[in-house]
Ligand binder design. Structure first.
Ligand SMILES: [Zn+2]
Ligand SMILES: [Zn+2]
Length: 101
């Protein structure tokens, strides 16, 4: 199975480092919808506490715009480091998530 390029420890939450006891970890893809399979292929996913940090909590990836933005930014940075260029990222994902300098 493809490994994450964002997270080396897949047994603790990427955001809060809890180990999933009582709130099992779930896989979150940095880019969803039509880019979800590319996130899977490219290793742009992290493991998060299913309820607290992934789906339901006030700071969770699917409820909180700042958390989602943070994950988009680190995913784009990691992609560019791992696979090449800004142009390559734009061609593949269709959007620049890093604010211009
Ligand atoms: Zn998710
Ligand atoms: Zn967590």
């Amino acid at each position: 199975m493809k490994r994450s390029i964002l997270q080396t420890d897949e047994h603790s939450c990427f955001l809060c480092e809890r180990n999933g006891n009582g709130d099992p970890l779930e896989k979150h893809h940095a880019f969803g919808a039509s880019n979800r399979w590319k996130s899977e292929e490219d290793g742009l996913f992290v493991y998060l506490c299913g309820c607290r940090c992934h789906r339901d909590g006030p700071f969770s990836a699917h409820q909180n715009a700042d958390t989602a933005r943070y994950l988009h930014e680190i995913a784009q940075e990691a992609w560019e480091r791992e696979y090449g260029s800004r142009e390559g990222f734009l061609a593949r994902y269709g959007k620049n998530y890093l604010t211009a300098p």
